[in-house]
Ligand binder design. Structure first.
Ligand code: ADP
Length: 754
């Protein structure tokens, strides 16, 4: 049974880790020569460390010398395998190097020979309190020389490679880190001092552990950028752990010396102290590490101030994105930058800005509630490397895959207080470095400020868009209106043209009627005169039958005269030339004369035609005799026309203010709705056509015009169809003589030209 104590624990640990790393590298790529070469580095280191783990507590000489030999086989192989690894890694294949390689191998074989079969190389061992350790023999310094040559050669090769090729920044970075790692490994050479009797504990394991930390990540994942994070984390954790354990061991040691009785209590106190101190220490180391080893190339306070000041003044979304893009490109050297906009329902992100991310046509990304809760909601950024290791679950799998595929490294929140409006999306830094705490803080602060500005810009653009839309709508509506207006104007001008034409036609018609009527009236009047004379026997006695025929001719002629008069009046009314001649006249006498003209017709139709003049003698008053005559004869004519049997009565009533003429008959009468309508032009009663086919519907219209010109009234009354009608005319008696005429003349004097 091998005892494990505090002294041989570390060689055990490092040997195990190197073994694991070797296996991992091999699994990663079994065919790669570089990987196989690295496996040899791991194996030789394992042989060395594992042998020392066994050697330290050994007390018997035989097994000690065997273990020493085995361990030294490992040590001799280390520079050889490193050299192999370097040539494969750098891809060096020239013949000079091949020769050098052969020499190296042969020298190594020689050292192995002397090691295994003589005491020249190792000469027994030292016995220290922490364990046994080999003693340097005669040939030992030659090995150190050999080692030195190989180290120099390796650095030289690295330098050649570095300067001969135009390398990508990432590769340069990788090389640097490899060199740092190798340097750490070389530092483990301090252990050789012990071979020469200098009594220190072989703490070379610390350096190879650091080498391990750097290199393992670099080789396995081929991304040295990860190393920085891992290195920082592991070095911080290692340093904190080291300090805590170191102090614990120290305290334990001292307490055993001075307070041997309180072992348990002190153990407990030490444990409590360690638990308390560890997180604080690691925080402290983190800060120190950030400050001295991972400093950024920008002054974050200045960047934050500048950027937020500028962003605040920008009102356009795209300009904000561009500014953020420029800023992050400048300070982080990110090759890809984007902005995602969170939908109002918080379920999907849409791309607002993108430079460099491969999206394969995707425009929407579902929000991940788990990650949102763990990071974004708390105003913390999502770092791919971090969530990949610590938050990988079936909930986050898809999102993480998506981030990896698109080349997303960091998602920083765009939060306004606790409300998320979107995300800043950053790709990896050009240098391959990880985003450090300071970077993230800067992003989160800038993100918070930008979120407000972005939201403002969105609102602003909404308002602007709305305004634009409104303008467009108004413009459209105005255009529509203008179009309608144009149409109306066109229609109007057409209409007014048509109207003009119509008026011209109307005038022509009136002219024609007026001329025709004039021309008709004269012969008709003379016909009337001659017929009267014939009937009165001026041309000899007439037989009864001729007399009958003449009567009929006379009646028809009367009707024609009346019609011509109506037409003439109408044409005058419409031409505005309907003038009146107001003179003092005697109304009862006039009516009596009209009655005479109907006697014949009434007799023909067997109608009783009676006239009731006013009881007392009526004084003359002013009216247009000719016109009023037309009115009354029209009314009597209608009464005779629309009455088949019975009577027609005409009465004149005198009144201090007005005269009233009533023409009543026992004829067909009228329905209530007809009473007013009959006064309209061309309006004829519902049955009039069947009774009298010669009616025109003009008579009552003309009557009304004439009565109105006398400032009088005319209306019809009837007790209903079949019950007779009454037409009543009232004419005021206080009219001035020929008002219209005098006025006209007065006007002409004022304005002689018109
Ligand atoms: P006309 O008699 O030539 O048709 P009027 O203007 O004189 O034209 O009369 C208009 C209408 O009024 C007539 O068609 C008729 O229907 C009605 N009317 C006029 N007078 C009477 C009446 N005394 N009795 C019944 N209906 C009448």
């Amino acid at each position: 049974m091998i005892a494990i104590n505090i002294y041989n624990f570390f060689p055990l640990l490092s040997s195990i880790l190197f073994l694991i790393l070797g296996v991992l590298v091999l699994i990663k790529d079994r065919k790669s020569k570089t990987n196989i070469a690295f496996l040899f580095v791991c194996i030789s280191t394992f042989i060395w460390q594992f042998s020392w783990f066994l050697l330290f507590p050994t007390r018997d000489a035989a097994s000690a010398s065997l273990l020493i030999k085995i361990g030294w086989v490992g040590i001799i192989l280390i520079p050889v395998s490193f050299y192999n690894f370097a040539t494969f890694f750098l891809g060096i294949r020239n013949s000079l190097n091949r020769i050098f390689l052969i020499i190296v191998h042969m020298t190594a074989v020689a050292f192995l020979y002397f090691l295994l079969f003589s005491n020249f190389f190792i000469d027994g061992y030292h016995n220290f309190f922490w364990g046994l350790y080999p003693k340097a023999g005669m040939l030992h310094p030659f090995f150190l020389l050999f080692l030195l040559i190989i180290i120099v050669r390796i650095f030289y090769l690295f330098f050649l490679y570095y300067s001969s090729q135009s390398l990508a920044k990432l590769k340069v970075y990788q090389l640097k880190f490899l060199l740092i790692a190798v340097t750490f490994y070389i530092l483990s050479s301090v252990d050789f001092l012990i071979n020469y009797g200098i009594e220190i504990y072989p703490f070379g394991f610390i350096f190879i552990l650091i080498f391990l930390a750097i290199i393992s990540y670099a080789i396995v994942r081929h991304r040295l950028l990860d190393i920085k994070l891992v290195l920082r984390r592991s070095s911080v954790a290692g340093a904190s752990l080291g300090v805590v354990i170191g102090s614990a061991v120290g305290i334990k040691f001292l307490s055993r010396e001075y307070f041997p009785d309180y072992g348990l209590t002190i153990n407990f106190l030490v444990l409590a102290g360690a638990i308390f101190a560890y997180p604080r220490l690691s925080e402290f180391f983190y800060k120190v590490a950030n400050k001295y080893f991972f400093t950024s190339l920008y002054d974050s306070r200045k960047v934050i101030l500048d950027t937020t000041n500028r962003i605040r003044t920008i009102l356009e979304e795209n300009k904000i994105y561009k500014l953020l893009d420029d800023t992050f490109r400048r300070i982080f050297g990110v090759e890809k930058f984007g902005v995602l906009d969170l939908d109002d329902d918080g379920k999907n992100y849409t791309i607002s800005y993108n430079r460099g991310f491969k999206l394969e046509g995707k425009e929407k990304f579902p929000a991940n509630p788990t990650l949102h809760k763990a990071f974004i909601e708390k105003n913390k950024s999502i770092i791919l490397e971090e969530v990949k290791d610590l938050y990988y679950s079936k909930d986050t799998k898809e999102t993480i895959k998506m981030m990896e595929k698109a080349g997303v490294e960091v998602l920083a929140p765009l939060n306004i207080k606790k409300r998320t409006i979107g995300l800043l999306v950053l790709g990896p830094k050009e240098t391959g470095e990880m985003f450090n705490k300071e970077d993230l803080q800067l992003m989160e602060i800038i993100g918070g400020q930008s979120a407000i500005s972005i939201e403002n810009a969105q609102l602003y653009s909404e308002v602007v868009n709305f305004n634009e839309k409104l303008k467009r709508e108004v413009k459209k509506a105005t255009a529509d209106l203008e179009e309608t207006n144009r149409k109306i104007r066109r229609a109007n001008s057409k209409l007014s043209g048509a109207y003009k034409k119509l008026r011209q036609l109307d005038e022509a018609k009136n002219e024609f009627i007026s001329i025709a009527s004039h021309q008709l009236r004269t012969p008709l009047t003379s016909i009337k005169g001659f017929i009267s004379m014939i009937m009165e026997g001026d041309y000899g006695k007439l037989s009864a039958s001729i007399n009958r025929v003449l009567k009929k001719i006379y009646i028809s002629n009367e009707r024609l005269i009346k019609l011509v008069n109506d037409l003439l009046s109408i044409s005058r009314i419409e031409a505005g030339r309907f003038t009146f001649n107001f003179r003092k006249n005697n109304l009862p006498q006039m009516v009596s004369k009209i009655m005479d003209t109907f006697e014949l017709e009434a007799k023909e139709k067997n109608l009783r035609l009676t006239y009731h003049p006013p009881e007392k003698e009526m004084e003359d008053f002013i009216f247009d005799k000719e016109k009023l005559q037309e009115v009354i004869s029209n009314l009597i004519d209608n009464a005779v026309k629309y009455t088949q049997e019975g009577k027609v009565e005409v009465s004149v009533k005198d009144n201090p203010e007005k005269a009233r003429i009533t023409v009543s008959d026992s004829g067909r009468g009228m329905a209530g709705n007809e009473l007013e309508a009959v006064f309209e032009k061309f309006r004829r009663g519902s049955k009039s056509t069947s009774v009298d086919t010669e009616g025109t519907g003009l008579g009552l219209y003309v009557c009304q015009k004439i009565v109105t010109a006398h400032q009088g009234k005319i209306w019809a009354e009837s007790d209903g169809p079949g019950k007779g009608s009454r037409f009543i005319v009232e004419i005021p008696k206080d009219l001035k003589p020929s008002e219209g005429e005098t006025k006209k003349k007065a006007k002409e004097k004022e304005n002689p030209k018109s």
